[in-house]
Design a protein. Structure first.
Length: 259
């Protein structure tokens, strides 16, 4: 296998971390990590791709993510290409997907080493967060209109670094399964609000202007932060490389205060 097209960014970062960026011949326009990957040929957005361009690049394999890309996958298969679409949703599944990719490109040893590094880091943050005075309640907002809360891997990440996702009962794969109302957010009264809107900048000040939010602890104490979607909304290495550190830093500020 010498030519791979990555329809989403987590596969790109994984290949770079495995030292096999030479295999990549096409990427999504949304790729951010690592920065040098932005210089690669762009063949896709998330829900649409330039099928003719992909075919012209003669890839040995096209890799996508989630049911949302099933239409792209179907069309590419119809054009005679090999396509792999994965549906990892949990931290464990993300690690398993790194191993799968490592095996596909003949780099299983490197993949296992990388996974071990990430597992050690997870254990470290679990230990550090066990020393918190309490576990802050966290509202992670993936979209503002309507409000969507965080997917499973985000909820698990919050737990690893010492917080509790206020919508841990609503972490389905489909966005509609994670839709929440203002009334529910207010009732669950988060200590922390994370805004991480897919594809656009978060208006941090807008949370305080929502009706009834003045009663929320996070608003009263100004514990509202924007998180980068290129780290937290992709099911890949970025969560472990930078996501753990960034989320822990913010949750720790609250968790070491008196509850």
């Amino acid at each position: 296998m010498n030519r791979i097209i990555c329809l989403t960014e987590e596969t790109v970062e994984t290949l770079y971390l495995l030292g096999r960026e030479d295999l990549i011949v096409g990427v999504s326009q949304y790729v951010e990590r690592p920065p040098e990957a932005k210089n690669l040929p762009v063949v896709s957005q998330f829900i649409r791709s330039d099928i003719d361009k992909i075919v012209s690049l003669q890839p040995d394999l096209v890799i996508g993510f989630s049911d949302i890309q099933k239409g792209i996958a179907s069309e590419l298969i119809g054009r005679g290409l090999n396509v792999l679409v994965t549906n990892q949703r949990s931290l464990k599944e993300i690690l398993n997907n790194i191993l799968l990719l490592g095996r596909l490109i003949g780099e299983e040893v490197k993949a296992r080493t990388l996974i071990q590094e990430f597992e050690v880091k997870i254990s470290k943050f679990k230990e550090l967060s066990s020393q918190f005075r309490f576990r802050p309640r966290v509202y992670f907002e993936e979209w503002d209109h309507p409000h969507f809360s965080g997917i499973r891997w985000v909820s698990e990440l919050i737990h690893v670094v010492g917080g509790e996702n206020i919508f841990s009962d609503r972490i389905g794969a489909m966005a509609r399964e994670r839709e929440v109302t203002d009334e529910e957010v207010i009732a669950r009264n988060p200590h922390i609000i994370f805004g991480c809107w897919c594809g656009k900048k978060v208006k941090v000040d807008s949370f305080a202007n929502r009706k009834g939010y003045e009663a929320i602890s996070a608003i009263q104490n100004n514990f509202i932060w924007e998180l980068p979607p290129e780290i937290f909304l992709q099911p890949g290495p970025a969560l472990f490389v930078d996501g753990l550190d960034q989320m822990f830093e913010k949750i720790q500020k609250v968790a070491m205060l008196e509850p």
